[in-house]
Design a protein around this ligand. Structure first.
Ligand code: AMP
Length: 273
């Protein structure tokens, strides 16, 4: 595995490779969720590139940028064992200059849900993903459905800017008890870890109601909100794949999303139905 710490090192490493490039952008503190993306990239491409970059522009002031978990040594090992060809591990100064051109999230989809709770977050995400795509020039890029709105906005950016990369959505990987894997789960202490299960439990209840034939969004949202109590709930939302709110669940075109704080840790989860 080649570790590239600058764009020039990355380009040099990639010039020596042939065939399709599968790319997995991450912020590190890798877990099995990341592993499934890397494994899929490994299966479907000749060359696999993983980036690890805690992107400052997608954190709002007061968010967890400075304490975001960093596990360089373990991450390098995981990448090596997963058959990654090139690990791109840039410094902030190598990614950003001063007063740069930036991407802007779209007015509607970019500023609801995550975009409403974290205004400016998606501008930062789209900016860094645009930079990374231009650096890596991947054939395919792998993203988790866990970050559903991020996935939707990156897919839209690729369409809107006529980019050639294929976006591959990947299922959310969970612990046995249902908790969605997240690098931020390390912030949870024992009791909080149990409280955090309320997110996936609420989503299971929503799914059960739909399976039993109740498609009414308001009724599903209120049953889910009841389960999430007493967590500090930011939203329980039911949208179609275009992220428009819908009054009725439509099987095959619905995403149910939750965001809540457990202590000071902000967690998100969703199911696609
Ligand atoms: P992050 O390092 O949190 O920025 O995530 C990097 C990529 O891994 C994103 O595309 C995430 O959606 C994806 N990801 C994070 N958690 C999971 C999970 N539990 N299952 C599947 N993919 C995930």
């Amino acid at each position: 595995m080649i570790i590239a710490r600058s764009v020039s090192e990355l380009r040099k490493a990639l010039n020596a490779k042939e065939g399709n490039i599968g790319f997995v952008p991450t912020m590190g503190a890798l877990h099995i969720g990341h592993r499934t993306l890397i494994d899929a990239a490994r299966k479907e491409n000749e060359t696999v590139v993983v980036s690890i970059f805690v992107n400052p522009t997608q954190f709002l002031p007061g968010e967890d940028l400075s304490k975001y978990p960093r596990k360089e040594e373990a991450d390098f090992k995981i990448c090596e064992l997963s058959g990654v060809d090139v690990l791109f591990y840039p410094a902030v100064a190598g990614m950003y200059g001063e007063d740069e051109v930036r991407m802007c999230a779209p007015d509607s989809r970019g500023f609801i849900l995550e975009g409403a709770s974290r205004p400016g977050h998606f501008d930062g995400v789209l900016t860094v993903v645009m930079k990374l795509f231009n650096m890596v020039q991947p054939t395919r890029a792998y993203f988790g459905k866990k970050d559903a709105q991020q996935l939707a906005l990156i897919t839209q950016m690729v369409e809107n800017f006529f980019m050639k990369v294929e976006i591959v959505p990947m299922e959310t990987v969970r612990e046995k008890d249902g908790l969605a894997l997240s690098s931020r789960n390390v912030y949870l202490n024992g009791p909080q870890r149990i409280e955090a299960l309320k997110l996936s439990t609420a989503l299971k209840e929503g799914t059960k109601m739909v399976m039993q034939g109740n498609l009414n969004s308001i009724e599903i949202q209120s049953a889910m909100t009841e389960i999430l109590r007493p967590l500090d709930v930011e939203y329980v939302a039911i949208v179609n794949r275009r992220f428009q709110s819908i009054a009725q669940v439509v099987i095959g075109d619905t995403i149910v999303l939750v965001a809540a704080r457990v202590g000071t840790t902000r967690l998100i989860d969703n199911v696609w139905m």
